[in-house]
Design a protein around this ligand. Structure first.
Ligand code: ZN
Length: 240
């Protein structure tokens, strides 16, 4: 069991490090990483699932705490575990797209990028409404990725807090990172695409601690409604 745990973590770390060197993560007019607001509202986002073990554990925590989150799902995992996506929808969570197979999009041709969207949408639409939010794998994008996403009706969402739960740190390190960086309007990045992860346990503690500080949890789309600097946004739907 321990060896398997280490192997999963090593693979995740290798993939992540390979990605970091090739492209930027930035906050600009084309993407949204946080929302300017004085209200104590934040969004939990959970990427890469569904997963046979992490997803039901995370859903149980969210249900117990009466919190709704935003799941950026992978089409290939939706095809493997459609019931978990159905449960996310039934529990009132928001569903965003995260491509079909988690390839680094700036390396692909326009046709290959479109295929990633097509296949992901086909899997999601069998169960959930058409998503309006898109998160590129690893946060890596270029103007071509942004343009294709916008043409397909997506707002591109990144994040402002990354406790790197995919690298399997101790639970308290995940909690501490979120509590240290939290601000009104934060978008928190967590994962359910593999197992084991510290995420389900960390999630319950994060929710309790932030509530003690007066924070409320909303979906990403709901968070947009708290924007107090409306002209700085460029959403595809033009709601600002
Ligand atoms: Zn991802």
């Amino acid at each position: 069991m321990k060896r398997r745990y280490l192997m999963v973590c090593t693979i995740a770390l290798t993939v992540a490090l390979a990605s970091v060197s090739e492209k930027h993560l930035s906050d600009d007019a084309q993407t949204i990483s946080k929302v300017p607001t004085t209200h104590k509202v934040v969004a939990l986002t959970i990427d890469d699932g569904p997963n046979y073990k992490a997803t039901p554990e995370i859903l149980a925590v969210l249900r117990e705490k009466h919190v709704r989150a935003t799941f950026f799902v992978l089409g290939q995992n939706v095809e493997r575990f459609p019931d978990f996506l159905a449960q996310e929808v039934a529990d009132g969570h928001e569903i965003g797209a995260h491509t079909y197979s988690h390839l680094s999009l700036p390396k692909l041709s326009p046709q290959e990028i479109s295929e990633e969207f097509d296949k992901a949408e086909k899997a999601i639409l069998a169960i959930a409404p058409k998503p309006t939010l898109f998160r590129p794998p690893g946060g890596f994008y270029n103007t071509q990725v942004i343009e294709i996403a916008r043409q397909r009706g997506y707002t591109v969402v990144l994040w402002s807090i990354d406790p790197k739960d995919w690298s399997c740190p101790p639970t308290d390190r995940v909690v501490e990172k979120v509590l240290t960086d939290i601000k009104p309007g934060s978008i928190i990045l967590l994962h359910d695409g593999q197992y084991p992860l510290p995420t389900p346990k960390a999630l319950g503690i994060i929710i309790d601690r932030l509530r003690e500080r007066g924070y409320e949890f909303v979906t990403v789309s709901e968070l947009f409604q708290y924007n107090e600097v409306r002209h700085s946004f460029s959403l595809v739907n033009g709601s600002f």
